[in-house]
Write a protein that binds this ligand. Structure first.
Ligand SMILES: [Zn+2]
Length: 276
């Protein structure tokens, strides 16, 4: 099933279907103000770094809100306090490369891996940001086949939008939902096989994404900057102190995962919310 040439052919076909069926952002959409909601530092770059760069180029105001502090990414190897400080620093530096200055970055500081237990407080904080800045577009994680904090972020932002009653375009981006065959291989470990199988079922071999992800932003001319921004999330991209147990994004699915974020387009599921 996981013969590499077969998977490559299916992967290419799936990307072609995704890209062909999606409609590109026009200039007006690129210029609209936006707020990006990232569950963890690095999700903003992985999921929508290219769109942030293109929008900043077009002169749009883009703000980024990080819901959690990213403090449990490598808990067996570093303390929460240490990880929190490292990830906040990396997030600000990466945002700068994406064209977003520190005053437009908001660290909501909820604990990594436990956002769901702070739902009411998070809905209130997101609501305040929406009312104060009135962004025309919101970038939020997709809710299927995603990490628990990503699902929580999706629900929290949608709830805050509903309560605020403001008109807005929501653009959902996938991160972990790309972990499905044929985007990535089934791999060797039981754990990886189980995750990829679950992703493959929840995306129905990616076909659900073909149906839902119908908006695209071309990123070919900013992909170098997107890579540079991701590299600044060094705790997620390099082994700290050459520690072999320090897992990085490059290790995920034997290296199959990261290329999903560096294709010619970023793809989004678009939901237009009318004013109430
Ligand atoms: Zn994340």
């Amino acid at each position: 099933m996981d013969g590499i040439p077969v998977r490559r052919v299916f992967r290419r076909l799936l990307w072609m279907a995704l890209e062909r069926l999606a409609r590109s952002f026009d200039d007006d959409e690129l210029r609209r103000s936006a707020m990006v909601f990232a569950p963890h530092p690095d999700d903003e770059t992985l999921g929508c770094g290219g769109a942030i760069l293109q929008k900043r180029r077009a002169g749009a105001v883009v703000r980024i809100a990080f819901l959690t502090d990213g403090s449990s990414s490598h808990l067996q190897l570093a303390s929460r306090d240490e990880l929190r400080a490292i990830r906040a620093r990396e997030a600000l530096r990466a945002a700068k490369v994406l064209g977003v200055e520190e005053e437009d970055v908001f660290m909501l500081g909820f604990p990594d891996a436990a956002l769901g237990s702070h739902r009411e407080a998070a809905v209130a904080r997101v609501g305040e940001l929406l009312r104060r800045h009135r962004p025309e577009q919101l970038f939020v994680p997709y809710a299927r086949g995603e990490h628990q904090d990503h699902v929580s972020t999706n629900h929290i932002v949608h709830e805050a939008v509903a309560r605020a009653g403001l008109p807005v375009t929501v653009l959902e981006y996938a991160v972990w939902a790309w972990r499905h065959w044929p985007m990535v291989g089934f791999g060797r470990t039981r754990l990886q096989q189980r995750s990829v199988l679950a992703g493959t079922v929840s995306t129905r071999l990616g076909l659900r994404m073909v149906r839902e992800f119908r908006t695209k932003v071309p990123i070919q001319d900013v992909v170098g900057q997107k890579r540079a921004a991701l590299a600044l999330h060094a705790s997620q991209m390099e082994r700290r102190n050459a520690e072999p147990r320090w897992r990085t994004l490059q290790d995920v699915d034997g290296g199959d995962f990261l290329p999903c974020f560096f294709e010619d387009y970023e793809l989004y599921r678009r939901i237009d919310v009318a004013a109430r």
